[in-house]
Design a binder for this molecule. Structure first.
Ligand SMILES: Cc1cc2nc3c(=O)[nH]c(=O)nc-3n(C[C@H](O)[C@H](O)[C@H](O)COP(=O)(O)OP(=O)(O)OC[C@H]3O[C@@H](n4cnc5c(N)ncnc54)[C@H](O)[C@@H]3O)c2cc1C
Length: 385
């Protein structure tokens, strides 16, 4: 897979044209100051079919693959890291519905997500359980026909946004000593359920166009039909969800790295120091060569992971490699870009400081770096007797 198809190139171009017309650094700056979601742009992106492109057409999606989603996400984040990320996270966790939920839940929620009617969120992390979510403490107890959920989640992207229509919540359903493999379950919780409350977690380093909140669930009742994939299936489903969500996180990082690089390249070709353009110093050229090489590697592995997933052969190790590589690349390219800009790179006006801040969270979300390495290593080494 070394060349995109004609249709994939057209999607890339459409995403580029849309971003060129709608994304604007002044808008991003204002939204970041106010910590506001790019609502108008989100609505327009949905109208043009950029959201849920990997959902079937019967659910208002584009009927395409995760690779097409990667191309859109990468292009949007390249054009503006904060707006692009906010749009990518607009359907956060929705792959749990797409891949594992009943037809009723798919019909009820996927079209609304694709059409920009609601946002979604995924709530896994807790105060005492972050990277290690196997022993989470939020519980769901069966009472009569319903499940009753109690617990607190934190770092929930889109949490508390008035447009958020649903949360995918990881709960413990086996209240004995059952292992995570059989004791966890995933629920879809509508945001208007009684007992659900959210509050903002405070100021953040980056990704400031997406709200990040604490979510409390106090005797929240949901019907049996909101259980995704059956009781005790949560651990396995999440593992499979990460195969896909980590590729999308890699796409955000890839776009972010490209965005920093583009801005850096334009700048170093114009700025003169010691009688030369900065791009004329051999040391700058070698830095540029290293950055371009890293981005190309990140691009190849991200596309390969997406393409492999679309062939019906999800590969946890490849997804983790893609996210690990792309997130690291975004951090390294971002830091080097600021260095080549000099002092201007540190200033808000030139955007690259925002790209750098937006990049860091990708090393934390969808599993920290150490978890990606654990996944890759266990795949390679297998069981040790
Ligand atoms: C802005 C933002 C948005 C987020 N959005 C969401 C969201 O929408 N939904 C959601 O559920 N979560 C979300 N998260 C949470 C994110 O997934 C967690 O922060 C991440 O899983 C790490 O968990 P933790 O913060 O509790 O850190 P911890 O688990 O306490 O880990 C802290 C550090 O300890 C070390 N460490 C931990 N475990 C290991 C290990 N096995 N091996 C080696 N070292 C280890 C690592 O250095 C690690 O970085 C978000 C986080 C942020 C900051």
């Amino acid at each position: 897979m070394f060349e995109l198809t004609k249709s994939q190139k057209e999607i890339q171009k459409a995403a580029r044209d849309f971003a060129k017309g709608e994304f604007d650094k002044e808008i991003a700056y204002e939204l970041e100051l106010k910590g506001e979601f790019p609502r108008k742009i989100w609505k327009k992106a949905a109208d043009l079919g950029f959201l849920g492109i990997h959902y079937p057409e019967s659910f208002s999606g584009g009927g395409m693959g995760i690779l097409e989603n990667v191309l859109i996400t990468e292009t949007f984040c390249r054009s503006d890291s904060s707006i692009g990320s906010a749009l990518a996270l607009a359907t956060s966790g929705s792959e749990c519905i797409l891949r594992f939920a009943s037809d009723g839940l798919k019909t009820g929620f996927l079209p609304r997500l694709a059409e920009g009617d609601i946002l979604s969120a995924i709530a896994l992390t807790e105060t005492r359980r972050g990277a290690d979510f196997r022993f989470i403490q939020t519980t769901a107890e069966k009472r009569g026909e319903n499940w009753v959920i109690n617990g607190t989640k934190q770092y929930v992207d889109n949490g508390g946004n008035p447009d958020t229509g649903l949360y995918i919540v990881l709960c413990r359903t086996a209240l004995d000593d059952s292992p995570p493999e059989t004791g966890l379950s995933l629920f879809l919780v509508e945001s208007d359920r009684t007992g659900l409350a959210s509050r903002p977690m405070g100021r953040k380093l980056g990704n400031n166009l997406t709200a990040t909140s604490t979510l409390t669930l106090n005797n929240v009742e949901v019907p049996e039909s909101n259980l995704i994939g059956g009781p005790g299936a949560g651990y396995d489903l999440l593992r499979r969800y990460f195969d896909e969500s980590r590729i999308l996180a890699a796409a955000r990082a890839l776009g972010n790295a490209f965005g920093s690089f583009d801005r850096m390249l334009e700048y170093v070709k114009g700025r003169v120091q010691f009688g030369k353009k900065i791009a004329e110093f051999q040391v700058s050229q070698h830095k540029i060569a290293d950055m371009a090489t890293k981005i190309e590697l990140a691009r190849l592995i991200t596309y390969k992971a997406a393409w492999t997933f679309d062939q019906g052969k999800p590969d946890s190790s490849l997804s983790s490699m893609a996210k690990l590589t792309a997130a690291r690349t975004a951090m390294e390219v971002g830091a080097q870009t600021i260095q080549l800009f000099g002092g201007y790179g540190y200033m808000t006006e030139y955007e690259v400081e925002r790209y750098y801040r937006d990049a860091k969270v990708i090393e934390l979300q969808e599993g920290i770096k150490d978890v990606q390495k654990d996944t890759i290593a266990s795949h390679i080494i297998g069981k040790i007797r």
